[in-house]
Design a protein around this ligand. Structure first.
Ligand code: ACO
Length: 321
């Protein structure tokens, strides 16, 4: 029997401390106006000194389990998409497993930078489809503040910290609610467009994000467009069929570009970039959580998610909520 992955719970966690654009203008030569105009960001949350990626992941996952009314002991698989694990090894997902007491699960991390959540959904969906997991927790969590060079105004204004989680459940494939498709892509020729500049092979130094912002921007609408087209074609749907477009929140101008390309009205786009900035792998599940909790996303809605990030990596997923 083949299964489908149905979303049965959604959760999120944002650390308490908020940094506004005005706060950043005290640290580097920038302004609220510049940041808003170029990116759409107004503020971002950042972790406290004693918080880590697994803390954020755990709290988001706990909320997703509670929303579903499912006990952690029933979870078969935990996937954490992150670029900022607690440690280079072992996987942050195993720390989350321990904190949740999800003792029967297998747990591992996925590294696809800002596309990580789409990759993690695709991986968990494959375990569920083939009957290897009944309940899968898919978490996107990043503490980008730990890899930001706070003296580099071209990067430090763009990112924030947070976590979001979905609980997926195996239901018979005949049920039309669930993950309908996932499409993943990468192009290692653009490896240098966004990377963290330390290496486990050469040193133990702390690394910082280095980014060719224009290169990323140039590729974004085209590559994301490709992923969205694939999702629509595969499901024989058009952009008009989409109820909610929940893109990775990297830059408002990129989101507007993709929405315009597919004629998706802004009333159907979930935007959180202003409040959260770019939280990397966390941005999509955070945005999903906002739109579920405020009543926008309802069971039966067709939800399109997409992301592009370092690698470069990119992808899309269509979910009948
Ligand atoms: N405050 C004020 N001025 C700034 C700042 C800042 N924070 N940062 C750069 N500037 C200056 C530049 O030095 C430049 O000055 P100059 O003209 O005197 O040289 C000027 O502003 C314009 O800079 P540009 O880089 O041309 O600005 P642009 O319009 O390209 O916007 C940005 C920059 C926001 C980074 C944009 O290129 C972008 O969003 N790119 C995509 C980045 C992205 O999405 N990254 C994440 C995707 S991957 C992932 O999610 C991990």
């Amino acid at each position: 029997m083949m299964y489908r992955s149905q979303v049965v719970g959604c959760g999120a966690f944002l650390p308490e401390t908020i940094l506004t654009n005005h706060d950043l203008a005290q640290k580097v030569d920038t302004s609220d106006e510049w940041i808003r105009e170029r990116s759409g960001i107004e503020k971002r949350h950042v972790i406290a000194a004693n918080q880590t990626c697994s803390d954020l992941s755990y709290l988001a996952a706990k909320e997703a389990l509670a929303a579903a009314g499912v006990d952690a002991s029933l979870v078969d698989c935990i996937v954490v998409a992150t670029t900022t694990p607690d440690h280079p090894c072992p996987a942050t997902a195993t720390r989350v497993q321990e904190k949740l007491g999800a003792n029967r699960a297998f747990a591992f991390d996925v590294q696809a930078v800002c596309s990580g959540f789409v990759y993690a959904v695709a991986i968990a969906d494959n375990f569920i489809r083939t009957g290897q997991a009944k309940y899968a927790l898919v978490i996107g969590a990043d503490t980008m503040s730990q890899v930001l060079d706070w003296k580099d105004r071209t990067t430090c204004v763009l990112f924030g910290d947070g976590a979001g989680a979905l609980l997926l459940k195996a239901v018979p494939e005949t049920d039309d609610r669930g993950v309908l498709s996932t499409h993943l892509f990468s192009d290692g020729n653009l490896y240098d467009a966004l990377y963290v500049d330390n290496s486990v092979a050469t040193d133990n130094q702390r690394g910082y994000i280095r980014m060719q912002g224009k290169e990323i921007f140039k590729n974004a609408v085209q590559k994301i467009g490709e992923a969205v087209e694939k999702a629509l074609e595969y499901n024989k749907l058009t952009a008009d069929d989409i109820d909610w477009f929940v893109p990775h929140q990297a830059n408002k101008r990129i989101i507007l570009g993709v929405s315009e390309k597919f004629n998706i009205p802004m009333s159907k786009v979930v935007l959180t970039i202003d409040q959260h900035a770019n939280t990397s792998a966390a941005s999509i599940p955070l945005a999903l959580s906002v739109a579920v909790n405020d009543g926008r996303i309802k069971p039966g809605n067709l939800v399109l998610i997409e992301a592009m990030g370092g690698g470069l990596t990119w992808g899309s997923a269509l979910i009948r909520w």
